[in-house]
Ligand binder design. Structure first.
Ligand SMILES: *Cc1c(COP(=O)(O)O)cnc(C)c1O
Length: 450
């Protein structure tokens, strides 16, 4: 009998859980259904992986956010941030709830128009608006938020040959105590550039200055920066009232509220640390109320909250493809959904749950996607239940930015479905196929035959 080859032993550490306040155990409660629709049946019908949205959660979150602000301030408006998620069905849920559209490109602008949003209810942000975009927006009486002086001069130039007076606001950036400061968008407050821009607009009678805008950052985990920003915005508005007797119609505080996702390296889960809509509202509105606005000139408060309104409503369901051991013995699971579908996995420690009842035992596991690329890591190491090949999983809170920043890379983008208030399932974006891609390609005659 020959000598058997040596196999390196692997000691598997099964984790029964660290003691927590409620006892022993790291629990990963399975998600077996979404709004009452069984997960496995969704994937059987629409494929795996699959994005699933809950209309109920979207509407509830919107109402919660709107109530937090409107109960404290008489005149509040939300504008849906298209780049956060511009699947038409999702946008239209927000529009039905009363949200205007907030867009940052000509493409998004036209998408909002096609969704039936009145041109006057579109806020046009962003550092690049083409001449065609500006002409369209001026004709539609949209709210154009100016990003830099060159854009201001463009608008002045274009407006000379137009009958309509452009409705403009100035985007302001400022020191809010978070560093590095976002100073690349808009005009700076501290160095006087914002005030300079406002003065130029006021001295040019062909423009109508309707508002002030700021968007201080994204995933802002504390409410204090909003207090600072609101005060500075109010100061500018009061300055305009004093100098020009001009009362702006609105102050737009942008977006940036954190969702309940957990940032990489976060010690506590985001669900425990993220401020509530009430907290953010209190910070912003207490400053606006303190400012010297006369009651009949209190500006409307606009918010462009994206992430915090949609993250919770989106799920990514999928299937475990395989389990393996890495060279050091660590367990690894390969999923059929990778970072090409989940751009936010570069920032968040996503909450991944079993899609069916499994044992409470966990083991430190690396969670990979299906791509043949080293970057395709959903979680580098997390205590994860022992799912087997073929088992379903669900990643929670993926509604923000993933369906706009996803890549067609190595695999094709899958179906996106919406569960409506009655539990009925609708495809809201169909999966891509080889034909989808080939439609956009041309192979010259001399390359047809290989
Ligand atoms: C992206 C963006 C938003 C939405 O930001 P969130 O952080 O998702 O709330 C709002 N306003 C502007 C101008 C943006 O660019």
């Amino acid at each position: 009998m020959g000598k058997k080859p040596f196999e390196r032993p692997v000691i598997t550490k099964i984790n029964a859980g660290m003691p927590a306040k409620f006892g022993l155990q790291i629990r990963h409660d399975p998600i077996t259904d979404i709004d009452g629709v069984p997960l496995q049946s969704l994937m059987d019908q629409y494929g795996s992986p699959l994005f699933v949205y809950s209309e109920k959660t979207i509407r509830q979150t919107y109402i919660e956010a709107y109530r937090a602000f409107s109960s404290r301030y008489p005149n509040v408006l939300l504008a849906w941030s298209y780049k956060t998620n511009y699947i038409n069905a999702i946008c239209n849920i927000f529009h039905q709830e009363g949200a205007w559209a907030e867009v940052v490109s000509g493409f998004e602008y036209r998408k909002a128009l096609k969704n039936g949003v009145n041109g006057g209810h579109i806020i046009f942000n962003g550092p690049y608006k083409s001449t065609d975009d500006l002409i369209l927006a001026i004709n539609n009486e949209s709210l154009i938020h100016i990003d830099h002086f060159d854009e201001l001069y463009d608008i002045i130039e274009i407006s000379k040959s137009m009958e309509k007076k452009p409705k403009v606001a100035v985007r302001v950036n400022m020191d809010i105590g978070i560093y590095p400061a976002w100073d690349r968008f808009g005009f700076n407050y501290e160095n006087g550039e914002a005030w300079d821009a406002l003065n130029r607009i006021m001295h040019y009678e062909n423009l109508e200055l309707v508002g002030l805008h700021t968007h201080i950052g994204t995933y802002i985990m504390s409410t204090a920066p909003y207090k600072v920003a609101s005060k500075k915005m109010a100061d500018l508005a009061i300055g305009l009232a004093r100098k020009f007797n001009h009362h702006i119609q609105y102050i737009d505080m942008g977006g940036g509220f954190a969702s309940k996702n957990t940032l990489k390296g976060g010690y506590y889960p985001g669900s425990d640390t993220t401020p509530s809509f009430d907290d953010y509202a209190e910070a912003i509105i207490s400053e606006l109320m303190k400012a010297e606005f006369a009651p009949d000139h209190l500006p409307m408060l606009i918010l462009e909250t994206g992430r915090a309104l949609i993250d919770d409503a989106g799920y990514l369901a999928g299937t475990v493809i395989a389990n393996k051991r890495l060279a050091d013995g660590q367990r690894a699971s390969i999923l059929d959904a990778g970072v090409n579908l989940l751009f936010t996995s570069f920032w968040y420690d996503h909450d991944i749950r079993p899609g069916k009842d499994v044992s409470d035992q966990t083991e430190e596991t690396a969670i990979f996607g299906p791509l043949c690329m080293n970057i395709d890591v959903i979680r580098k190491s997390t205590a994860f239940p022992l799912l087997k090949k073929g088992d379903p999983f669900v990643i929670k809170r993926v509604g923000a930015y993933n369906n706009t920043q996803w890549l067609q890379f190595i695999t094709m983008r899958p179906n996106v479905v919406l569960i409506d208030l009655k539990g009925k399932v609708h495809i809201i974006r169909e999966k891509e196929t080889l034909e989808t891609l080939n439609q956009h390609e041309y192979t010259p005659d001399h390359l047809q035959v290989i």
